[in-house]
Design a protein around this ligand. Sequence first.
Ligand code: ADP
Length: 277
Amino acid sequence: MAQPPFQAGQPIVSLRDVGKTFPNGVAALRDVTFSVREHEFVSLLGPSGCGKSTALRIIAGLLEPSAGEVIWRDGARAENLPMPRGEIGFVFQEPTLMPWASVAGNVYLPMKLAGIGRAEAAPRIRDALARVGLEAFEQAYPRELSGGMKMRVSIARALVTQPKLLLMDEPFAALDEITRFKLNNDLLTVWAAMRQTAIFVTHSVFESVYLSGRIIVMTQRPGRVHSEIAVDAPYPRTEAFRTSSEYAALCRKVSEALVDAMAQDDSANESKREPAA
Ligand code: ADP
């Protein structure tokens, strides 16, 4: 039986019957229910526009659901208080770095917003940069960095507050394959070392299988949970896993689920259509 590097714990966050309809009438999510346990690495997988980012933003507290609820449990809190912002790290699709600030200045931002002085933050900034292999680039500026390095800075910025929950919205979609593979490996190393809970949005079957302990497959918009697939392969995962027959078989299984999810036509729901421009 495959073992993760540590046992997943209690549910840390659950979505229950969550729906989201935007003010322009687009129904992005409907009746979405799933839980994520402490220390898990879970991917939300689905076609573009199925509502994955919307679900992640709802978890982050950046969007309010129009229906259903988000239930927080971290073991320490009995009541359903949302996780404090400082305990959530968010990595966006684009690195979104401030061009006028150094790498260290960019990573400092969440600590600055939390009112922590630069001197006090300095060791944490160095630690976060070391975790993504950029310790030598503290003083560099974003324009001097490759796309992969910019994304590493963005990950370091999300890690600097030592969040319990790391939310990632297709962070590697714009990168070339070799860089993406490398960042996949480094991300798993960081996740295993920091014992976070990770929720990763992707439309890549291959990426979701490589990274995740569990994959939540979503249907087309309005996104619903089609199925949950356990990726029962041990961590740490390496390039040997990527080329294994086990990986290929898992990718096939997840691909089939995704094809089935995409075939589910929810034509009864009129609001699925894009409104006229
Ligand atoms: P995914 O992450 O799966 O690609 P999103 O969650 O980004 O999907 O988007 C789901 C749907 O909701 C898309 O049709 C998108 O155009 C729409 N959408 C996302 N954000 C907004 C918004 N703020 N206002 C209106 N429609 C939105």
